[in-house]
Ligand binder design. Structure first.
Ligand SMILES: Cc1cc2nc3c(=O)[nH]c(=O)nc-3n(C[C@H](O)[C@H](O)[C@H](O)COP(=O)(O)OP(=O)(O)OC[C@H]3O[C@@H](n4cnc5c(N)ncnc54)[C@H](O)[C@@H]3O)c2cc1C
Length: 476
């Protein structure tokens, strides 16, 4: 083949809409070879005993890649799929079909950067051209250099809000040229081949999450346009049950099946055509948090993963595997925590309110090393995103971007405020279903007589609370 060809390497950007590298490649080259490589390192077992990328996210990823392949086939091309180390597999394809360049969106994590460096070296004269395209505001459009990024979100938000810099998302390509004949497209591995067990869907889940751009775009249509649930986002966003309390865009955003810039413009269009209110403002506000954590991760690099976090702070944390295990399994004896962890373990999802509470409980009430919790979230969350996960854990542990010193979530107060009738807890802990209303949050205070009455036997069919911080007494 002639040498006018380029590889578009798909990474955490599994979409065709608003895809800058693909769009540029289609403008500049006759032959475009879309490639995705499953990185086997992602499926390895972590030293704490669970896979780095667990079964929920893996299933979602497999669906997303299959959807991308289908879409490319409809446009006349295909997706070349490989399993291995992307830096090696991409270089192999380059040599085989003699491509000129590799186009891709830039990664955020330390691992991503390592892969990019190695690939660059093995490409020799060919170029690895990296683009920025997974945030609403692109780094070049920030009114300062990344190293000058404010350490407080409000300052960042004010610096970018109202600026007319956010370009419209790029449209879907109409056609993608066919793959060269001599390239084998490869097949998408199964869960078993990636050493993952299947995950059955659970009717108690907030919703069915199916990976892929097609389903992501459908979710945007549903949440914003069909149900117009966006109109009440500000009032419902702290709830924990059902599909409508928040957007649930996160899994598709995390692997890039949805572009944040596309969502941003859909919200703006809704504001123009239907309604602009506190809720539409608030959804953009939250999406800006996502951008912010992305930039924080770039500014601070590997500090984000260190015990002292981006602030180099010392904490009282212990590497206590036993306490961590109780937390992880949802066996702490604190119903609000256990219910949230059971939701995570059963579905791969947890509400933002839940995440804040379980993280704070692990770090501030159990004094367990926050990085153990962050690693577990990395494994379990269907929407794991490097910057948002590690950035939020930094924040909750008090080593990140929280301007308030020693912020403490009183879990008992939070439980009674955000689950006032105990519905959420009973939804996930059916063994406590006999305990009506908010009393379910204080199961650890039941008398012997009450335990018999409700058929709850602490220490037998529900654990004793592993801690009862003094600060809870106020809410007994
Ligand atoms: C300890 C902890 C770990 C977290 N880990 C992740 C993670 O790995 N991936 C992830 O996407 N979010 C993470 N979050 C942020 C937040 O909980 C989820 O983005 C949100 O619950 C996803 O549900 P949603 O899409 O319905 O959110 P919505 O409330 O509908 O918000 C819309 C979008 O805004 C963004 N967003 C909202 N809140 C935050 C936030 N606090 N930080 C960054 N972005 C935000 C997300 O992209 C989200 O999809 C974490 C929060 C905490 C406290």
């Amino acid at each position: 083949m002639d040498n006018q060809s380029v590889i578009v390497w798909f990474r955490n950007d599994l979409r065709l809409h608003d895809h800058i590298p693909l769009s540029q490649a289609l403008q500049r080259y006759d032959h475009v070879i879309p490639v995705y490589c499953f990185d086997t390192r992602q499926f390895r077992t972590h030293s704490l005993g669970f896979p780095k990328s667990g079964p929920f996210r893996t299933k979602f990823l497999l669906e997303s890649v299959a959807d991308l392949r289908e879409s490319l086939r409809r446009l006349g091309s295909d997706l070349v799929v490989r399993v291995g180390h992307p830096e090696k597999e991409i270089a192999k394809i380059c040599r085989m079909v003699n491509t000129n360049d590799v186009y891709a969106n830039k990664g955020v994590s330390r691992e991503d950067h390592g892969i990019e460096m190695t690939l660059k070296q093995s490409l020799g004269k060919r170029r690895l051209k990296l683009f920025e395209g997974n945030t609403i505001i692109l780094p070049d459009d920030l009114p300062y250099k990344l190293r000058e990024l404010p350490d407080i979100f409000t300052a960042f938000r004010k610096s970018v809000e109202g600026r007319k810099l956010i370009a419209e998302p790029l449209p879907l390509p109409q056609i993608v040229p066919p793959l060269p004949k001599d390239i084998e497209p490869g097949y998408i591995p199964t869960m078993a081949e990636l050493k993952m067990s299947e995950v059955p869907s659970d009717p108690r889940s907030v919703m069915e999450f199916t990976g892929g751009e097609t389903f992501g775009l459908q979710r945007v249509r549903n949440y914003i346009w069909n149900t117009r649930n966006i109109q009440s986002y500000k009032d419902t966003r702290n709830h924990m049950l059902g599909e409508s309390y928040s957007s649930k865009f996160s899994p598709w955003l995390a692997n890039g099946s949805l572009s944040a810039r596309y969502i941003y413009h859909e919200i703006r269009r809704f504001e123009k055509e239907v309604l602009k209110n506190d809720s539409t403002f608030w959804l953009i506000f939250e999406l800006l948090w996502r951008d912010y954590f992305h930039f924080v991760a770039q500014k601070y690099g590997k500090k984000l993963l260190r015990s002292g976090g981006i602030r180099d702070k010392k904490g009282p944390w212990r590497y206590d595997k036993e306490l961590f295990q109780s937390w992880r399994e949802g066996k702490t004896g604190v119903p609000f925590i256990d219910a949230n962890m059971r939701e995570l373990n059963t579905t791969g999802f947890m509400s933002n309110r839940g995440r804040q509470n379980v993280a704070s409980f692990l770090v501030k009430d159990l004094n367990v090393d926050w990085r153990m919790g962050a690693a577990y979230f990395e494994s379990m969350l269907i929407d794991f995103d490097y910057s948002s996960n590690w950035g939020n854990w930094n924040y909750v542990a008090g080593v990140g971007n929280d301007p308030r010193e020693n912020r403490y979530f009183n879990v008992l107060y939070q439980a009674q405020r955000y689950d006032p009738n105990g519905d959420y807890v009973r939804h996930w802990l059916p063994e406590l279903s006999a305990i009506k209303d908010h009393k379910v949050h204080q199961v650890f205070r039941l008398t012997e007589y009450e335990q018999n009455l409700f058929d709850i036997h602490l220490g037998a069919n529900y654990p004793w609370a592993i801690t009862m911080p003094a600060a809870w007494i106020e809410y007994y």
